[in-house]
Design a protein around this ligand. Structure first.
Ligand code: ZN
Length: 317
């Protein structure tokens, strides 16, 4: 009898790109990437996903594939495979899992993208073998996933781990979720940019203003990074502010859940040399000694761009 091939398919469904990979045990054997064209609506996006799946399955027998897992931006009902709400895709109550399953004759499951990335860390990455850890992704937004007792936590309504929307200041800056003072509004790439824009509008001196030729609305993360490289005081303050608020939130996670470690990932890690010192010192201030105990509290996620795709594949690995 032929040996089982243990293949599975992972899908990273984002607002701008869709990546689909044929995987085995955390290794991507074949991968394709297409633009999402979210403006084409649900049916349009589904046909892009199905086309990509067809490409990676070329020459493969269905029987060798254990299933297909999708990591999607937005609020997901993991039990039904429904996308409850995804601002990036502009979907509400979209039957993603069922629609794909009907079309391809494979088992299909859907997870929130950062929860999928957390599963990738648990099965193949820097959370492997750990009983408990948190995975916090700091990019244009802040997402996260928690593993407790060796299992990814979904929560009663699939929103466990939304640390980006925990409130640090009810009078703080407006968040994308509509509330004020969420961690994401302070410490995401968008939060950092908004802070710099507001300071420049108040007249604060910075070379960032020259770098964007006085067009304050053009301030972006890479420009702030460039200014920080040149020792610009506002750029460094903006990045350190990210570290400060992350430090408070990560201390809160350690206090509430006492995980073995918190893994950090996402595009903002490009600035870690500026924000990690203040992040760690702020954590030390706010964490209980019993949770601290001279151990490493923060680490880095193993996977970067492929984390969500591998996490999708990990559902069936
Ligand atoms: Zn929020």
């Amino acid at each position: 009898m032929a040996k089982a091939k243990n293949l599975s398919i992972g899908v990273d469904l984002g607002g701008t790109k869709i990546a689909v990979g044929l995987c085995r045990d955390g290794e991507i054997l074949k991968k394709v990437i297409f633009p999402t064209h979210a403006a084409a609506g649900f049916d349009g996006v589904i046909s892009v996903i199905l086309g990509a799946i067809e490409k990676v399955m070329e020459g493969q027998n269905h029987k060798d594939i254990l299933g297909l897992g999708i990591g999607s931006a937005g609020q997901i009902n993991a039990a039904t495979g429904e996308v409850i709400y995804s601002p990036n895709l502009n979907w509400r109550n979209a039957p993603l899992g069922n629609t794909i399953a009907k079309a391809i004759d494979l088992k299909v499951q859907v997870l929130n993208d950062v929860r999928a990335a957390t599963l990738a860390e648990l099965k193949f990455g820097n959370g492997k073998g750990l009983d408990s850890f948190a995975n916090v992704f700091v990019g244009t937004g802040i997402g996260s996933g928690f593993v407790i007792n060796g299992k990814l936590i979904n929560g009663a309504t699939n929103s466990a781990g939304e640390v980006g929307h925990t409130c640090l200041d009810p009078e703080g800056p407006l968040c994308g979720c509509g509330n004020k003072g969420c961690l994401e509004a302070f410490a995401s790439g968008t939060g950092m940019e908004n802070y710099v824009k507001a300071e420049l509008k108040k007249g604060r001196k910075s070379i960032i203003k020259d770098l964007v030729e006085n067009r304050i609305d053009h301030v972006r993360g890479p420009i702030i990074a460039k200014a920080a490289e040149q020792g610009d005081e506002l750029a460094l303050a903006a990045i350190e502010r990210v570290g400060f608020y992350l430090g408070i939130s990560l201390a809160n996670i350690h206090t509430m859940l006492n995980p073995e470690i918190i893994l950090l990932g996402g595009g903002m890690m490009a600035l870690k040399k500026y924000f990690m010192p203040i992040l760690l010192s702020t954590m030390q201030t706010h964490i209980l000694p019993v949770a601290r105990q001279n151990r490493e509290l923060v680490g880095e996620a193993r996977f970067e761009n492929d984390a969500v795709l591998l996490g999708g594949s990990a559902i069936f690995a």
